[in-house]
Design a protein around this ligand. Sequence first.
Ligand code: FAD
Length: 322
Amino acid sequence: MARNILVVAEVRNGAIRPVSFECIAAGREIAEGGAITAVLLGQQGVDASELIRRGADRVVVVKGDHLANYTPDGWLSALQQVYLQEKPDVVLMGHTGIGRDLLPRFAMRNAAGMISDAIAVKVEGGQVVFTRPIYAGKAYATQVVKDGLIVATIRPNNVAALEADPGRTGDVSEAEAASVHLRTVVKEVVRKATTGVDLTAAKVVVAGGRGVRSAEGFKPLYELAEVLGGAVGASRAAADAGYCDYALQIGQTGKTVTPDLYIACGISGAIQHLAGMSASKVIVAINKDPDAPIFKVADYGIVGDLFEVVPLLTREFKALLG
Ligand code: FAD
């Protein structure tokens, strides 16, 4: 049965977020010959045809000054407008801050079944079956929406995006957003200081825990992340202690990351932390306690003082990578 898919794409720092391409790939898994339409809500200034090269058949760019920054009222109204026009069978978006806020509202408005934080999707016995982690990643549930519109958010870094096909073409059209009463407005967006690499999309994450001991203690971690072209993350204990911003928190109540390389520095490895990083491809743990639980999930363990080990790694990688 062919299914038409609508992917709500997102832009950050002037570029389409990788999870939007991953949603297109997820859509391809279940479209069975249906069309994939990507929608950009008020995010002009990006090359919308990149979505076509990554597997979408069409792109709709909804224009409207009030859509430049996310507001629930503005984006929900614009998404509803596109939905009523396109009438897709499935609506997908990344399980990002905006995806988590927008899609449940959209599902509610349309009395649709909502699957949140899926890590895989396939067609089985004619049904769209989603897999999602439960109990902080200790188990997996498979879920279906029994009938009607299917709405789902896809966890970043879990579905492989399709390679960009430079020869792929498709229609990019524009629509004007209907005016809407906004109950909230964004006055100013203040960007947090980071290495500039999106934590959830980073190929390398250098994360610090309580063992880092202070905000100053995070400096060597930033230096290592810089050399490796990665992002800095943290445990909740580090964020709670004020060593870093909560935006860096990884885990059950923070961000989920699946980089190629995860370097845990002074992190004990509590289950709530593992929930956000245990799917990383290679895990390196640096901890001065040889019995720290993090070593159970680590591919490589370094028992030592992070303040000695991290600068050594930075020096060696600098020499290696030029
Ligand atoms: P600790 O457990 O205190 O570990 C510090 C580690 O640093 C120790 O292993 C120590 O040996 C090592 N160390 C100290 N000094 C050095 C040094 N100089 N060199 C090397 N190693 C050193 N936690 C999260 O991370 N993310 C979450 O999303 C999250 N959500 C939670 C949700 C709930 C509902 C609850 C109850 C808890 C949650 N937690 C979360 C908290 C979690 O249970 C742990 O308390 C937290 O992960 C511990 O952080 P940590 O490993 O940095 O600190």
